[in-house]
Design a protein around this ligand. Structure first.
Ligand code: PMP
Length: 287
């Protein structure tokens, strides 16, 4: 595998950054992970817009403009054989003596690598996946796609230890909660009375690129779409539960904490809204 570190293509295993990089010392940086299908970057402009917003929030100067990023990413994709890839890109504030203050004038460190995409296994496509819930103990700036992912790593391990595919996070708060926020590395959705519902995209949730995409696909399909607070009770009573992310695309959750999701004949099985959104997603990829 090849990577691109500060504009130089090199073997991934040989790339080195300084121990004084603020990404290493503070987790002071942001990232993107974007899907590539048939060598085309899916939703490139949306990923770049989110990256620009995140850099802005952290006052990290944009190292490249849209076309600069496109050239770098294209070169990396072309250096690999796979038609379908996932490109990972991260920008840290740069190298400096250790000091919490956001020192101005640093040169951001820019790192990209690409891997062949591993499609969701057929078994998970057909039967859905099991998830477990855990308390959301992360900070209140989940809108920033920060490389500081310790909370997400700890959350994901809860489901890994249980042999489950993802951890659904529930945040304590006001009467009526706890509230569904998202997965450890995905957005979470429920289906209620035929509508796709997600939590509000506030500081507790990362606005996945698939959030706007699912809104568009729902519109095409005539499925109602709404973002509003979803309680743990809403989650446990849902007709369907879905995850979305670059790697999972859209994926059905058919068990939560060991209990089958849904009602009647569809209990524990991927539901009709999932099936329609999955098909619509596959069509969108090919457009
Ligand atoms: N939330 C979190 C915490 C994530 O890590 C991800 C995946 N990057 C998502 C949501 C989904 O975002 P996207 O659709 O852009 O992959």
């Amino acid at each position: 595998l090849l990577c691109d570190l500060d504009g130089t293509l090199q073997p991934l295993a040989e790339a080195k950054v300084s121990v004084m990089d603020r990404g290493f010392l503070f987790g002071d940086g942001v990232y993107e992970a974007m899907p590539v299908y048939g060598r085309r970057i899916f939703r490139f402009d949306q990923h770049m817009a989110r990256l620009a917003r995140n850099l802005d929030k952290l006052r990290i100067p944009a190292p490249l403009d849209r076309d600069g990023w496109l050239a770098r990413i294209r070169r990396l994709i072309d250096a690999h054989a796979a038609e379908d890839q996932i490109v990972y890109l991260q920008v840290t504030r740069g190298v400096a003596m250790r000091e919490h203050v956001m020192l101005p004038g640093l040169t951001p460190t820019v790192f990209l690598f690409s891997q062949p995409m591993r499609p969701v296994p057929a078994e998970q496509r057909h039967h859905g996946v099991a998830c477990v819930t855990a308390r959301d103990l992360r900070w209140a700036r989940g809108d920033i796609k920060s490389i500081s992912l310790l909370g997400n790593v700890m959350a994901r391990q809860v489901s890994a230890d249980a042999g489950a595919a993802e951890t659904l996070l529930l945040r304590d708060g006001e009467p009526g909660g706890p509230w569904l926020t998202e997965g450890a590395s995905s957005n979470a959705w429920i289906v209620h009375e035929g509508a796709l519902l997600g939590p509000p995209m506030d500081g507790h949730v990362l606005e996945g690129i698939r959030v706007a995409l699912l809104r568009e696909l729902c519109e095409e399909e005539g499925i109602a779409f709404n973002l509003r607070p979803l309680s743990e009770a809403d989650l446990r009573a849902a007709d369907e539960v879905l995850l979305s992310s670059t790697g999972k695309e859209v994926l059905a959750v058919t068990r939560i904490d060991g209990e089958p999701v849904g009602h009647g004949a569809l209990r524990g099985k991927p539901g009709p809204v999932y099936a329609r959104l999955f098909e619509a997603y596959q069509r969108a990829k090919c457009e």
